[in-house]
Design a protein around this ligand. Sequence first.
Ligand SMILES: C[S@@+](CC[C@H](N)C(=O)[O-])C[C@H]1O[C@@H](n2cnc3c(N)ncnc32)[C@H](O)[C@@H]1O
Length: 141
Amino acid sequence: MADEIFENPRLASIYDPFDSDRSDLDLYESMVNEFDAHTVLDIGCGTGTFACRLAVKGIKVIGLDPAEASLKVAKTKQGADRVRWIHGNALDLRHLKVGLVTMTANVAQVFLTDKEWSETLLAIRDTLRPSGRLVFETRKP
Ligand SMILES: C[S@@+](CC[C@H](N)C(=O)[O-])C[C@H]1O[C@@H](n2cnc3c(N)ncnc32)[C@H](O)[C@@H]1O
């Protein structure tokens, strides 16, 4: 189930203007290059800034998020037509196989219990190819 703040169309439409400095994504992008990841799954992609940024550079990317309103914003961006969008949550990985999973911004912090976090990590492990990686961060935990 999506968080109301990401599912509300009015709030989804102002997410990017309120968070316009996305230099935080530079490090993620550098890791896509460093790990030579050919397919990236961006879990909790939200309004799709990172997924579209990779797609315009020719990287195969899947953006997944439970908030339809945020995905709707994502689909308007440059490069969006080259992203595979999945409306779903982190346990809904549909037997995807990827080289790199990302959870940018505070996505990792939406999993509040040990059970939720363990289930999420297990689902991600199953979706990663051998030697694949998960990259995430925590903010003001
Ligand atoms: C702070 S936003 C970050 C969006 C994006 N990653 C970014 O860097 O702008 C957190 C996102 O996590 C998504 N989310 C919440 N619960 C989730 C879940 N169970 N599985 C995957 N994504 C989830 C929300 O819908 C929201 O889009």
